[in-house]
Design a protein around this ligand. Structure first.
Ligand code: CP
Ligand code: NVA
Length: 305
């Protein structure tokens, strides 16, 4: 039995397998097929933070595949009403698979350690592996292949960036990060990425222009992630020079695509002009969350897809 807590949990071949399952399921879904591969299976979604894409894409995906889902919000009291080990050893009796969106990554790790069914990280402060897998799926769909691409990450070295970085190393994608010095990955994060992705080609600069110049993908995310709301004003000031706007996009190739995991804070990390512009693929990217996650669930549950 396997969990998906970070992309470090997967080999390159396993990522390829998940993306291949996702691709097949997406094609057949678009032909109108609803394959009951997960008939009678139950997914529990345990969310301590808000969500649109992750929650709805998992729930819709379960319906398409003949299964069902149960949403458990913060009121469920993970770790406060009862301990996480007790929670895990109860929930795993009712659910076949659990998705957790946790304030602290350690909660997801602890839940998985005590769960008899697979646990998927649906975002923690440390990582967002489902997002990164959907992003790689989207880049391949859009640009034809993954190896040889360069992702320019413009913004905070956050959960999404960390997941992309470890995945990039496994898949032969370069990553260049333009991040203010105080917000770059710390040493433990860099060591973790290098440990799990020894081939990673990750460079860091403070200059967004330098980052986007040779990139095939320009990617940004909010400057203050969920849980960092009190730092919003400071971060808006510190990241002001890191906005992805038309002036910055002029330094990138005209063939480069613009990506954002969403939700976006328009007028902060990205302008309307860019997110609505011809290079933006953000809604194709959002749509692929569901297809990639169907691949993850089918793979973790070992169903033939
Ligand atoms: N990108 C993403 O995870 O979106 P939600 O927070 O809406 O789930
Ligand atoms: N970095 C963002 C991603 C949201 C999908 C956050 O954690 O809030």
């Amino acid at each position: 039995m396997r969990h998906l807590l970070t992309l470090a949990d997967l080999t390159a071949a396993e990522i390829e397998r998940i993306l291949a399952i996702a691709d097949g399921l997406k094609q057949r879904y678009e032909q109108g097929l609803r394959e009951p591969l997960l008939a009678g299976r139950v997914m529990a979604l345990l969310f301590e933070k808000p969500s649109l894409r992750t929650r709805v894409s998992f729930e819709a995906g379960m319906v398409h595949l003949g299964g069902s889902s149960i949403f458990l919000g913060a009121d469920t009291g993970l770790g406060s009403r009862e301990t996480i080990p007790d929670f895990a050893r109860t929930l795993d009796k009712f659910a076949d698979i659990i998705v957790i969106r946790a304030n602290r990554h350690q909660s997801a790790v602890e839940l998985a350690a005590h769960s008899a069914c697979p646990v998927i990280n649906g975002l923690t402060d440390f990582g967002h592996p489902c997002q990164a897998l959907a992003d790689f799926f989207t880049v391949r769909e859009r640009l034809g292949k993954l190896s040889g691409q360069t992702i320019a990450w413009v913004g905070d070295a956050n959960n999404v960036a960390r997941s992309l970085a470890v995945g990039c190393g496994k898949l032969g994608v370069r990553m260049v990060m333009a991040t203010p010095e105080a917000y770059q990955f710390d040493e433990p994060s860099l060591a973790w990425i290098r440990q799990h992705s020894p081939n990673v080609d990750l460079s860091v600069t403070t200059d967004p222009v330098e980052a986007v110049r040779h990139a095939t993908v320009i990617y940004t995310d909010v400057w203050a992630s969920m849980g960092q709301e009190s730092e919003q004003a400071t971060r808006c000031r510190d990241f002001a020079a890191y906005q992805v706007n038309s002036a910055l996009m002029r330094h990138a190739s005209r063939d480069a695509v613009f990506m954002h995991c969403l939700p976006a804070h328009r007028g902060e990390e990205v302008t309307d002009e860019v997110i609505e512009g011809p290079q933006s693929i953000v809604f194709q990217q959002a749509a692929n969350r569901m297809h990639a996650q169907k691949g993850i669930v089918a793979w973790l549950l070992g169903v033939k897809a």
